[in-house]
Ligand binder design. Structure first.
Ligand code: NAP
Length: 166
């Protein structure tokens, strides 16, 4: 059973600004698609809202959206009102469950996670207002560092896989 958090963050750990991701790294978008396809994906309602309508629901994935609003619904999404329900639902379907953000949902899900798929973005964005959770060397081991690469958009990026120690 794998519970993985996946995010891309700038040098300061920022993952977003103004409910959007202010960079474009198509290679990372493809990696996101490859790692999440076929698996249930859990996200916060604000992250769902941040997806361009033509990209949601994320195809070939069960989109599970966490909201406190029990009356919320959206075509192609399953709404749940807490993280435990989201994980329970997802783990009944698949051995691999992916948490795709944003800040609030990463923070709630981190204690349940054993895997982190991180993309380091070699930028410092303006006006960041959403951040990746802090992870420590004591709790998390880098098991793969794929090295720095340069995107077709000119942005440097690096993939790292982390596993929970112990
Ligand atoms: N760079 C990346 O990899 C990446 C990935 C994903 C998202 N992002 C960015 O992250 C930002 C969004 O993150 P965010 O932290 O603002 O929002 P979020 O985590 O996506 O969603 C927050 C929403 O989740 C629901 N929620 C939070 N805690 C809850 C709880 N305890 N019980 C039930 N529902 C709960 C609430 O929905 P309701 O208000 O409906 O009740 C809340 O407004 C955006 O900028 C987005 O672009 C970046």
């Amino acid at each position: 059973m794998t519970v993985a958090l996946i995010w891309a963050a700038d040098r300061a750990g920022a993952i977003g600004s103004g409910n959007t991701i202010p960079w474009r790294v198509p290679e990372d978008q493809r990696r996101f698609r490859d790692l999440t396809s076929g698996h249930p994906v859990i996200m916060g309602r604000r992250t769902w809202d941040s997806l361009p309508p033509r990209f949601r629901p994320l195809p070939n994935r069960h989109n599970i959206v966490i909201t406190r609003d029990a009356s919320w619904s959206a075509e192609g999404a399953t709404a749940v009102t807490d993280v435990d329900s989201a994980l329970h639902l997802a783990q009944r379907e698949d051995d691999t469950v992916v948490i795709s953000g944003g800040e609030q949902i990463y923070a709630l899900a981190l204690p349940h996670a054993d895997t982190l798929w991180v993309t380091d973005i070699d930028l410092e964005i303006d006006a960041p207002d959403a951040f990746a959770p802090a992870v420590t060397e004591a709790d998390w081991e880098t098991v793969a560092d794929h090295g720095w690469q340069t995107s077709s958009t000119g942005i440097r990026y690096r993939y790292r896989d982390l596993a929970r120690r112990g």
